[in-house]
Ligand binder design. Structure first.
Ligand SMILES: Nc1ncnc2c1ncn2[C@@H]1O[C@H](COP(=O)(O)OP(=O)(O)OP(=O)(O)O)[C@@H](O)[C@H]1O
Ligand SMILES: [Mg+2]
Length: 317
């Protein structure tokens, strides 16, 4: 069982969208997948059309009342995709647990004592946009983190803090935790800045930067209001294609075989063209950075769109 914390303390970067749609793609690829909603906003639960307030089976019961995980898992509309929902009561949990010894490891212990069916291949934890007790529980339970990131000028800001927290958890509470993968989300291929930021993210994270990326796609933004995954809401959209592509890469990164016809499904002409466009944008950004360093006309390059020197954000490393 791989447990993955989907985390970035920056808000609105695509954590919930990624948790839902990566999970749905993995389930469609034949995996048993559990999603945990660890965010008091309960966006993941609503996205999957759960009404946790009617069920009283939420993450709050697990974290505060020590209810076993097995009692809280519910099916979703996708075969093989399961969820433990959240409701707004999760917002009070940090305070309730404030004086409890071992409060960061409650979720990990819940997994250690989980003996029920189904046996999950992958668990994806949707974290809140903060680094408090809820996120700490995710980091202590997880073997790896998945960091969704927007390709904006300031997107690397805060990464020093996040990697510091992950290192601290690794040293003190969970030696197994690793940064698994960084996924660019809401990528806009029309701006030059995208290539520059992708290049900076690549410099910072190396091969942990995913090859796949998620383009900005209105269907992804619409899907939550229908309580549906992108594969049910708009199976022919770029959003579905991109998350399918990423799910295949994700499986390969976990040492799994993906049938060639599945990979082909993932790489339709549109996403191949998009990948080429990003590669070109990154190359162009590298060339213009080189020109700035060496040429006499340094600073007069066409990167004014970035509003400054992109290396500054990466410099947090
Ligand atoms: N690729 C995309 N294209 C267009 N819209 C997107 C895309 N990904 C996510 N969105 C939309 O952007 C908003 C933020 O996404 P999401 O809720 O996944 O981010 P988040 O990181 O979970 O936010 P929070 O930090 O508040 O939990 C949502 O309205 C979502 O529908
Ligand atoms: Mg969210």
């Amino acid at each position: 069982m791989h447990i993955i914390a989907v985390i970035n303390q920056k808000g609105g970067v695509g954590k919930t969208t990624t948790t839902v749609n990566l999970g749905a793609a993995l389930a469609r690829l034949g995996k048993q997948v559990l999603l945990l909603d660890l965010d008091p906003q309960a966006n993941l639960s609503l996205h999957l059309d759960r009404r946790p307030e009617l069920e009283e089976a939420t993450m709050t019961q697990l974290l505060v009342e020590d209810r076993p995980l097995a009692e809280l898992i519910r099916p979703t509309g996708t075969k093989g995709l399961w969820v433990v929902a959240a409701d707004t009561s999760l917002g009070g949990v940090e305070q309730v647990l404030a004086n409890r010894i071992g409060r960061e490891t409650i979720l990990r212990e819940a997994f250690e004592s989980y003996r029920a069916e189904p046996r999950f291949d992958y668990v994806l934890i949707d974290c809140p946009p903060s680094l408090g007790v809820l996120s700490a529980n995710a980091l202590c339970a997880a073997g790896e983190v998945l960091i969704p990131m927007q390709t904006e000028y300031f997107s690397l800001q805060g990464m020093a803090k996040l990697t510091e927290v992950i290192q601290l958890v690794k040293r003190r509470l969970n030696p197994a935790i690793e940064i698994g993968c960084v996924l660019p989300c809401m990528v806009d291929l029309r701006t030059r800045l995208t290539g520059e930021v992708l290049d900076n993210i690549g410099t910072y994270f190396g091969d942990r930067l995913a090859r796949a990326f998620i383009r900005s796609n209105v269907k992804l933004a619409e899907a939550p209001s229908f309580g549906a995954t992108i594969f049910d809401h708009a199976p022919d959209s770029n959003g579905a294609s991109d998350y399918w592509d990423f799910a295949c890469e994700f499986l390969v990164r976990h040492g799994e075989q993906v049938a060639p016809e599945r990979l082909e499904e993932a790489r339709d002409a549109a996403s191949a063209a998009a990948a080429a466009a990003v590669a070109a944008a990154r190359e162009e950004a590298r060339e213009s950075a080189k020109a700035r360093e060496t040429g006499p006309s340094a600073g007069s390059g066409p990167t004014a769109e970035a509003g400054g020197e992109p290396a500054t954000a990466a410099g947090e490393a």
